[in-house]
Design a protein. Sequence first.
Length: 502
Amino acid sequence: MADTKREIERKYESDDSGLPDLTGVAGVAAVIDKGVAHLDATYYDTPDERLAAASITLRRRVGGVDAGWHLKFPVAPGVRDEVQAPLSDTLPRVLAGLIRSRVREAELLPVVRLLSERDVRHLVDAEGVLLAEASVDGVRAERLTEGGGSAQWTEIEIELADGGDPVFLDKIEKRLRKTGVRPSTSASKLARALAETGGKKKRKKKAVEAAAPETAGDHVLAYLRAQRDAIVELDPAVRRDLYDSVHRMRVATRRMRSAFRSYGKVLDRTVTDPIGAELKWLAGELGVDRDQEVLTERLTARLDELPRTLLVGPVRTRLRTWSHARSGGSRRRLIAVLDGKRYLDLLVALDALVADPPVLKAAGGKPEKVLAKAVRKDFGELTDLVEQALELPPGPGRDLAIHEARKKCKRTRYSAEAAAEALGEPAVDLVRSMKSLQGLLGDHQDSVMTRAALRDLAGQAHTAGESTFTYGVLYGHEERRAELVELDLPVTWPVIKGDLAV
């Protein structure tokens, strides 16, 4: 069992040790003394501090009102998601899963112990509703790894109450600044402890990011590295079932696979193709429920658009039953995939790829030549597919041709994305055009898939003795949507084709 809360807080330093008077802040009716809490927290990380490098903190804390295990993920400056689990001797399984993509097979060690004496105040409004918690923390940090030292400091922490308006923190900060209090230079207590007790000042990740891409290979690798990072960073969000996380992770796998194919002259495909196959497998696992969710959302939206007079029979109930049966409760299966050896082996392979890339001769070439050639090749293949589709009569053959063009459109978009920094505005324009075309072709494919689903639903309804009228109405609407795309494509495509300047 684990609970999650959004933590919005700001930290400050002062030459004085106390908390300035905050009763003058707009909205604050009273400042209530809640006493002093004694907190004892041990922070865990890998020997090479992978969690700290990603601004992730994992601690086991005793004392205070929320004793237990706490795992914090950065969201934005001053904003973190904190996942809490009950106090236990060992790391709870649910938290271990959320950091698995970072930790892999490495050992988790206690790295820092923080002993804090926290003097707490509650800032409340005229009705006694909590606005924020203000505390003055006297902290002693002890490095627990070999050769570590200790440090002491005092800081002021203001944490917004759940559901509070962040603008309130601006008012607090304005008041604090007037009294000489200044924002802390450290994002967290752990970051300060690592810096002041012998923590690693420079990490390899920083050194890698410092070098600006120069060659064609540099640009491709920067793009691949960004996708690798996205997969790793989205892993906890997928496990937590956060909105759009599965889709975004799936897109990262597609971008990587696409880059492997588009830039086969830059990276050796005998090395990248097996990794691409594993990325395809992962995308498939991520899509088990995703495609069904999208289809169900589309059908639900279409039902909402219909007048009541066209809703005949238990259509919504039938849709819910059908959707549930097809989803198969695969969330547990997806977590098992992310916990499995095959997925962890893929992450290791991605790390190895970007650390020691299988570069070919073209990787050392000028990006404006090598990358532009690859993008033009992709666009040329897309041109062939679109024009073949336009020559076909309406029907299954054209549907399939448009679907193949859509897949090639994605690949062209991704190859242009990878080249955008090197090629500038022409590549950016192409990305924009491909995104627009992808949306158009995607609407057509969605219509094809939705009509197939409606045939399935109508068949089940007929077997159950229910009216199939509404499914027929929706089918006709979807047919018309596809027709509109097919009418729009001959108009839109020449404009896009004429804009190519890469």
